[in-house]
Design a protein around this ligand. Sequence first.
Ligand SMILES: O=C(O)CCC(=O)C(=O)O
Ligand SMILES: [Fe+2]
Length: 202
Amino acid sequence: MNTDKLLDALHTQGWYVWDDFLNAEEVEQLRDAIPESMKPAGIGRHQQHHTNKQIRSDKISWLERGKHAASDDYLSRMEAIKNDVNRHFFLGLFEYEAHFARYDIGDFYQKHLDTFEGRSNRRLTTVMYLNDEWADEDGGEIVIYDIDDNHLNTLWPKAGRLLVFLSEEFPHEVLPTNRERYSIAGWFRVNGMRGNRVDPSR
Ligand SMILES: O=C(O)CCC(=O)C(=O)O
Ligand SMILES: [Fe+2]
């Protein structure tokens, strides 16, 4: 995997769109790894963890190693990215967490930062899209802003596309989708301490 362009873009602008990160066959295998049953996504963690359909209405399922060859392979690729990013930026990324997400017709995710409420140790966000032949009328675009709320980009959730951005710097939203929409959202985290405990995952 050649991460030169990714590393360069992260350095100069803080985000990168990697088209054809996966080919059609790899996307299809990943789609097969999506579990049938998913649960409404939450906001915040632990005690604060609650679902809020005003903010987001997608359904999720966390990736776990050993469940499916395709998702294991995906996690290995993310590990390779983590190593390259760490070598270049000394970010100290140490862990990756990711979930499949399904947005049913009408589902959305309002503008947010991935570091809100108890998630401050998320440093780098990845989103992989698993949908073929998206069209304008399908909606479901991700819109990315800078920290001052200037519009940066509007992107289709196109199959094989990997979006990467610094979690703390880019508010983003998912517009209501007119078609079932599948993705894998993931986060590289740094190790954090809460009280005297190492920050747990999720
Ligand atoms: O699916 C997407 O395009 C982005 C999802 C997202 O922002 C999130 O899960 O935090
Ligand atoms: Fe997000």
